[in-house]
Design a protein around this ligand. Structure first.
Ligand code: PLP
Length: 359
């Protein structure tokens, strides 16, 4: 029997809905507030010219500098092609397809399920509580066969930090059974909430980081895994031999220099203050039913008017639609852009609410 190419693909790949990245979803406009990117490019220069040679698997300077930045030892740091690669690497390292499972708490980041599905690993979902905190008793009852529990803090798209007491309880529940993976992609906006200091006490804690958000380097594709050396050693067995190209390592090292860190902290201060301003403005906007307080570079907002997303889209103001996610009816996620971009957004919303009043 002859088969089409489509029929030759693995069943779980044929069934897969790919991750709907903001880039794939498209849009036309000049105010891009849909991908949690930093709104302005940061200039870098390439200094490495040795492209005839293969790069180091784990570029020493990048590892050294990230270890210093996060207050850890070099053997507690792994660098990869974005945090996304690390999400997948953990599943490939710890989960047997068809047997082990991962667990996460929606609404949350979409790549945990996509990575599990492509690898053929089952996922268990335990919806977050109304305050977006994890439902500990429900998780406790679902841990059978689970090898990885993904927690996102601050959580994308809700913006909240996971309560440290809840993390402690989950670490107790998973000890000796599973790894707890804390996705800290946005932690540079609230560094005091990082769990990196907890690695000393918990051999099964893993932390994910990235240069894509606060460091303004989403296009670089560079992320980090922080964990105890036993975990890092296992991941190094599975990772590609050359996960970072030489130019990526070159720029990452510059971003993590003292000067690079100072620039990043300035970016964080600017975005945090713009976020506070935008939150106040949105709280006064009659169309915004609920503005969830956020600790990262975005805000989740529940709108009463179903037209907000498409009306702004038509005006070239592109937000991230969250309305299809369970628990997020009416919700849009708004990335913090420049102050000017946020003003354009607020003006458009105010105009829209006036015309809604008059109708
Ligand atoms: C953006 C994001 C990532 C991916 O980071 P990359 O380093 O760009 O792959 C991971 N987790 C969360 C929660 C994110 O929002």
């Amino acid at each position: 029997m002859t088969k089409s190419v489509e029929q030759l693909a693995r069943d779980n790949v044929r069934a897969l809905t790919p991750y709907q990245s903001a880039r794939r979803l498209g849009g036309n406009g000049d105010v891009w507030l849909n991908a949690n990117e930093y709104p302005l490019p940061v200039p870098f220069e390439l200094t490495q010219q040795t492209l005839n040679r293969y790069p180091e698997c784990q570029p020493a300077q990048v590892i050294e500098r990230y270890a210093a930045y996060s207050g850890l030892n070099k053997d507690q740091v792994l660098v990869s092609r974005g945090a996304d690669e690390s999400i997948e690497l953990l599943i490939r390292t710890f989960c047997e397809p068809g047997k082990d499972k991962i667990l996460f708490c929606p609404p949350t980041y979409g790549m945990y399920s996509v990575s599990a599905e492509t690898i053929g690993v089952e996922y268990v979902t335990v919806p977050a509580l109304d305050n977006w905190q994890p439902d500990i008793p429900a998780i406790a009852s679902q841990l059978d066969g689970v090898k990885l529990v993904y927690l996102c803090s601050p959580n994308n798209p809700t913006g909240n930090i996971i309560d440290p007491d809840a993390v402690r309880q989950l670490l107790a529940l998973t000890a000796g059974k599973a790894l707890l993976v804390a996705d800290e992609a946005y932690i540079d906006f609230c560094p005091e909430a990082s769990l990196s200091g907890w690695l000393r006490d918990y051999p099964h804690l893993v932390i994910l980081r990235t240069l894509s958000k606060a460091f303004a380097l989403a296009g670089l594709r560079c992320g980090f895994t922080l964990a105890n050396p036993q975990v890092i050693t296992l991941l190094l067995k599975v990772i590609a031999p050359y996960p970072l190209s030489t130019p990526v390592a070159d720029i990452a090292a510059q971003a993590l220099s003292e000067q690079g860190l100072a620039v990043m902290r300035q970016q964080v201060a600017t975005l945090n203050s713009t976020r506070q301003w935008l939150q106040q403005q949105l709280e006064q906007c009659p169309l915004a039913e609920q503005v969830y307080p956020g600790s990262a570079n975005y805000l989740l907002v529940r709108f009463s008017d179903p037209q907000v997303f498409s009306t702004l889209w038509d005006q070239g103001i592109i937000l991230r639609d969250q309305r299809k996610n369970p628990g997020l009816e009416g919700c849009l996620r708004i990335s913090i852009g420049t102050r000017h971009e946020c003003e354009v957004l607020v003006n458009a919303l105010n105009t829209l609410s006036h015309s809604a009043e008059q109708a």
